[in-house]
Design a protein around this ligand. Structure first.
Ligand SMILES: O=C(O)[C@H](O)COP(=O)(O)O
Length: 346
């Protein structure tokens, strides 16, 4: 089958770092691929004829088109390809997940969901504390939800990072926003970390519970019903999203946009929400729907994964609060830390 051979070729190229992601469709004898590399998507369709040589077969490119992904990135332009302090020969990448710090509605015990509520003072402190814990872990790209509490958390955490790169929110809403936010110095670009905001990482939409007090809702509807709304996997609250629905969009986004960055060796931080992160952890740790419903994430506690050889290895736990106990350094992380020490001493 053309598709099997092609798929092998793609996987081989992928493992050699030629591009960060591909997907395969096959219809009417035509195999088509989407290759994603450095923020550019290349759609290629092949027939089973000449031109493209894999070991056993060759194919003709019948159609190719290129477009930018939704994470267009002035900072990740080729001129910045060498900018990562943490470019690793070992082909591993760090993935940090942080649930936002306490929000003003967490404090008031209100269902928040997609309502855009800021952090409390305690939430600000939690975010800064989270930043201290990850201050020696490399960060090349940041993803946050479109909600201010996640964005505040990411930005505050980065104020503590020892590398002192500047997190810059990418404005991709229209052509003018893209043009007006360009950076014209390559040196400055190298000192920036692109921040991509994505609604798909938002908290799950809590429907008609948004703005209601959690305790009062339990008093009114019974705590069992409220527990089902809050912690079942597939029962949504009235007119809202279940965890399953939230996972569908959050994990799809993770696979399509974030995982390719990790595959290409970029170290990524995600600042998001209880339920969007539970969804992503379910995917990373291969949890069942039964297991994920008992997973509780504290606000402002970062978790670390290492992505290596296509696998996610959990390094940090939300329950172990200090850097030393949470993060068992890998060789690359230890080297990065040593470089930081040297850089800051000189
Ligand atoms: O949206 C909310 O109210 C919270 O951030 C998460 O709520 P939960 O603990 O009920 O999932």
């Amino acid at each position: 089958m053309a598709s099997a051979t092609f798929h092998q070729a793609i996987v081989t190229l992928q493992s050699r770092g030629y591009f960060s992601n591909s997907s395969l469709n096959q219809e009417n004898g035509i195999a088509s691929f989407r290759l994603i590399s450095k923020g550019v998507k290349l759609d290629i369709a092949f027939t089973r004829r000449e031109t493209y040589c894999s070991r056993r077969r060759s194919f003709t490119v019948i159609q190719a088109s290129a477009s930018q992904t939704t994470a267009p990135d002035p900072v990740l332009s080729p001129s910045n390809g060498t900018a990562s302090d943490s470019k690793k020969k070992s082909n591993e990448a760090a993935l940090i997940l942080i649930r936002h710090g306490e929000s003003m509605w967490n404090e008031k015990n209100l269902f928040t969901g997609c309502v855009d509520v800021p952090l409390t003072k305690k939430g600000v402190e939690e975010a800064i504390e989270a930043g201290k814990r990850i201050s020696n872990i490399p960060v090349d790209m940041i993803y946050t939800s479109s909600l201010i509490r996640a964005q505040m958390t990411a930005m505050l955490a980065m104020t503590e990072h020892r590398r002192k790169k500047v997190p810059i929110i990418l404005h991709d809403e229209n052509e003018q926003a893209r043009e007006w936010s360009q950076i014209f110095s390559d040196d400055t670009k190298k000192q920036c970390i692109p921040v991509v905001t994505a609604w798909q990482l938002n908290e799950r939409m809590y429907g008609e519970l948004q703005g209601l007090n959690k305790q009062e809702t339990a008093d009114r509807y019974g705590s069992e019903q409220v527990h089902v709304w809050r912690r079942s996997y597939d029962t949504p609250p009235p007119n809202g999203e279940s965890l399953e629905m939230c996972a569908e969009r959050a994990v799809a986004y993770f696979k399509e946009y974030i995982q390719p960055q990790l595959l290409s060796g970029k170290n990524v931080m995600i600042a998001a929400h209880g339920n969007s992160l539970r969804s992503i952890i379910m995917y990373l740790d291969k949890l069942t729907s039964q297991e994920v419903i008992s997973l509780e994430l504290s606000t402002g506690i970062p978790m670390l994964y290492i992505f290596k050889e296509g696998r996610f290895i959990r390094r940090g736990s939300p329950v172990a609060p200090t850097e030393a106990s949470v993060y068992a350094y890998t060789k690359s992380l230890a080297q990065y830390r040593q470089k930081l020490d040297e850089m800051l001493q000189s």
